[in-house]
Design a protein around this ligand. Structure first.
Ligand code: KIV
Ligand code: ZN
Length: 511
């Protein structure tokens, strides 16, 4: 029997801290169900004290997830921890994750606390949490840049108070693999009660070494939990990528001699869902989940793979779920088949009316597109959630003309808080004309930081999925929209971003 490596997913907490990636409660529920289906051990659903919205999201996830532990992040103070305890009240298995910075730099410059004060606060906070929950994780923030002797004192104290997981973060992505692995090994060696806790690591990818650092912490340091995110989503350059860690441990079982509980066939569906919801497109050459990860372009490679697959393939595409995007529905599919597939995908809509409207959108899409894939259903539900919310701006209809002989022109009708507004504009291209027309009415003055188009599935009949990132007054938001017409998808994404700017969404989920 191989020893277990615990997979702790923080896509909905650390991943959510990427600019513009904040998620609604419904979006978190959809991701949580997919993570549960993938058999992730621990799902960090959010930071309950950061906002009422995130408290409700963590509470909702805790209420439905039964096969994974649900964690909530808390600063080392009673108020945060009480919010965490309340949010996890209904969890079948819940974990309070407490953090406080322990590096000299962070203690002095950020917290303005002495090391002794930090030690005391860490101790008291774990003691408080432990009165309400058995499963407590403690993270010394900026751990990899902390003085090892001081860190050992803090860790010994929190384990004594009942912390059962010790997670060492490389908060700024500064570590290098051999050194980090040794660092973890020495901590475990020096902390007298280290055997009373599971050791974990949480690495950021600023130097592109998050996965390597995490795996070195496992092999050299003896860590048995890795914190990671789907697609490596996360602050700045992101976190350790879940799919890379899981497939490295599985593919190189001869070397790691460890096992995870993950159903790897759910990796690609999870990657697609997270990308669709956050608007963070996966680069084509991304390991495991990139569109080219299993594509062989050179003749020599193609020839080799045809003769014997293992000449150039170390993993099978189907093992990570590349074949999971089967044709599920079409024009002739009925209401119950549609509803059944939503259920299988873990999508629950709010009431009969929402199902009827979603079914109507499905029929409209099936008129334009013969084969409807799972990804189309996710896009359709995301689009529907946007349309159903009583949004300030809604796209009613639009048309545009462009060609080699004419200047692109867009005409559209929006509603602003229910009142119809019309606009038209010329532009350098149909998308530019459309955005200009929208801005003519919305007058948001927001800066367009990113515009990206991605095909939801393969082939020219695929829906285009557009991400629009807007910035205004220090806020950054991502809008997403999908349609078989990419100019319409672009308009939907722009309107979605405007509504997010208009709303009271959190600027930075970690505050
Ligand atoms: O990067 C970090 O230090 C964190 C901790 C809160 C675990 O995200
Ligand atoms: Zn982090």
């Amino acid at each position: 029997m191989k020893e277990r490596l615990i997979i702790f997913d923080t896509t909905m907490r650390d991943g959510e801290q990427s600019p513009g990636a904040s998620m609604t409660k419904e979006e978190k529920l959809r991701i949580a169900r997919q993570l549960e289906r993938m058999r992730v051990d621990v799902i960090e659903a959010g930071f309950p004290a950061s906002s009422n919205g995130d408290f409700e999201a963590v509470q909702a996830v805790a209420g439905v997830i039964k096969e994974s532990t649900v964690a909530g992040l808390c600063r080392a103070n009673d108020r945060d921890i009480q919010r965490g305890i309340d949010a996890l009240k209904n969890a079948k298995s819940g974990r309070i994750h407490i953090f406080i910075a322990t590096s000299e730099l962070h203690m002095e410059k950020k917290l303005r606390m002495t090391p002794e004060q930090v030690l005391e606060q860490a101790t008291l906070s774990v003691r408080f949490a432990r009165k309400h929950r058995d499963d407590i994780e403690f993270s010394p923030e900026d751990g990899s840049r902390s003085d090892p002797d001081f860190l050992c004192r803090v860790l010994e104290a929190v384990i004594k108070e009942g912390a059962s997981t010790i997670n060492i973060p490389d908060t700024v992505g500064y570590a290098v693999p051999e050194q980090f692995g040794e660092f973890i090994r020495k901590l475990r060696e020096k902390v007298p009660n280290s055997d009373k806790a599971v050791w974990s690591v949480h690495c950021h990818n600023d130097l592109g070494m998050a996965v390597a650092n995490s795996l070195a912490a496992v092999t050299i340091g003896g860590a048995r939990q890795i914190e990671c995110t789907v697609n490596g989503l996360g602050e700045r350059a992101g976190n350790t990528s879940l799919e890379e860690v899981v497939m490295a441990v599985r593919t190189r079982g001869d070397f790691f001699n460890l096992a995870t509980r993950i159903d790897t066939s759910q990796i690609v569906p999870a990657s697609r869902l997270v990308s669709q919801i956050t608007g963070f497109v996966v680069q084509p050459n991304k390991a495991v989940v990139g569109a080219n990860a299993f594509a062989h372009a050179s003749g020599i490679h193609q020839d080799g793979v045809l003769k014997s697959r293992d000449t150039y393939e170390i993993m099978r595409a189907e093992d990570v779920g590349w074949t999971a995007n089967k044709i599920v529905l079409g024009k002739l599919s009925g209401r119950s088949a549609f509803r059944q597939r939503l259920k299988e995908l873990g999508i629950e809509l709010d009431g009969e009316d929402a199902y009827n409207k979603a079914f109507q959108r499905f029929k409209d899409l099936a008129d334009k597109k013969a084969d409807i894939f799972d990804e189309d259903l996710h896009a359709l539900v995301s689009d529907g959630a946007t349309a159903a919310a009583a949004e300030h701006w809604q796209l009613v209809r639009m048309s545009q003309a462009s060609g080699t002989e004419e200047r692109p022109h867009a005409k559209l009708v929006l509603t602003e808080a229910g009142k119809e507004r019309k606009a038209d504009a010329d532009g350098d291209g149909p998308v530019d004309a459309t955005f200009k027309a929208i801005e003519r009415v919305a007058k948001s003055g927001a800066e367009l930081l990113l515009f990206s188009v991605n095909a939801v599935t393969q082939g020219t009949e695929s829906q285009g999925e557009v991400t629009v990132r807007l910035a205004k007054g220090g806020r950054i938001v991502n809008g997403v929209g999908a349609d078989t017409d990419i100019v319409v998808a672009s308009a939907k994404a722009y309107v979605n971003a405007l509504n997010k700017l208009q709303g009271t969404q959190r600027i930075n989920p970690q505050m």
